[in-house]
Design a binder for this molecule. Structure first.
Ligand SMILES: Nc1ncnc2c1ncn2[C@@H]1O[C@H](COP(=O)(O)OP(=O)(O)OP(=O)(O)O)[C@@H](O)[C@H]1O
Length: 243
């Protein structure tokens, strides 16, 4: 999808770096990195093991604190030499949806309850949470599994429930760490198609860390890391301004 030339990035990193530890044991996991992700895009973060992909994702998710640089999410500066947001937990809850390699569903709750529990946390009443959970599962074409426990779902179904859960709060930024690694090519393709639908219809920015060659050609653009440095950076395809 072309990005309108007047679009504002939902994710913007300026010179963000991360070093774990100090002195002789310091690991420079991410060197000064600039990155922008716009509404409607699904961007692949690729690179060999240890190149810094998960660190970059966790920096965007405000799970890891940068060592240098500044980070803005949805136009708000959240880090610039220190956190600029008093309540990171709330920021994550409101702006960011996380999807992991292994779906991390709670095994003792049904698919519907796994989604509704996030909505409860966000302050929805019981009935409203169930209704929205049902709508989300329908949207991800897995509504017929509403009352099913995770152990009885296929890998692809479980991952779709996990995506529904990540969308529960209508986040504009979605971060996925190896979301298709446990799936065969057909199911991996379905999951990527659903993420694209979410990006376009909800104008979300989606960043996907992946090793999975089955899906490399399905991203709008790719960013490749090596030794903590961006070595390939596809620029967004800019289209006409929206106005
Ligand atoms: N909490 C940590 N403490 C110390 N070093 C870390 C920590 N997390 C990651 N690292 C190191 O930072 C570097 C980048 O790791 P990261 O997990 O970001 O890479 P990756 O590209 O996601 O790797 P993989 O594909 O294997 O998951 C590696 O050398 C790793 O060992």
């Amino acid at each position: 999808m072309p990005v309108p030339s007047d679009a504002h990035p939902l994710v913007e990193l300026r010179g963000v770096a991360k070093t774990y530890g100090r002195g002789e044991v310091a690991v420079h996991a991410l060197k000064a990195t600039d990155l922008r992700v716009y509404p409607g895009e699904v961007v692949g973060l690729l690179g060999p093991s240890g190149s810094g992909k998960t660190t970059l994702l966790n920096l965007v998710g405000c799970i890891v604190e940068p060592t240098e640089g500044s980070l803005s999410l949805d136009g708000q500066t959240v880090y610039d030499g220190g956190w600029r947001c008093a309540d990171l937990r709330r920021l994550r809850l409101e702006k960011i949806g996380f999807i992991f390699q292994f779906h991390n569903l709670l095994p003792f709750l049904t698919a519907g309850e796994n989604v509704a529990v996030v909505l409860d946390l966000a302050g929805y009443s019981g009935a409203a949470a169930r209704d929205r959970a049902r709508d989300l599962l329908d949207y991800l074409e897995v509504g017929h599994r509403f009352g099913t426990l995770p152990s009885r779902l296929s890998g692809g179904e479980a991952q779709r429930v996990a995506i529904a859960r990540a969308l529960a709060n209508r986040p504009r930024i979605i971060l996925a760490d190896e979301p298709t690694a446990a799936l065969d090519s057909q199911r991996a393709g379905i999951v990527l198609d659903l993420l694209r639908k979410v990006a376009v219809e909800q104008q979300a920015a989606i960043l996907v860390v992946s090793h999975d060659e089955k899906i490399f050609d399905r991203f709008d653009r790719r960013i490749v890391l090596r030794d903590g440095r961006v070595v390939e950076y596809d620029e967004p395809a800019h289209g006409p301004a929206e106005a």
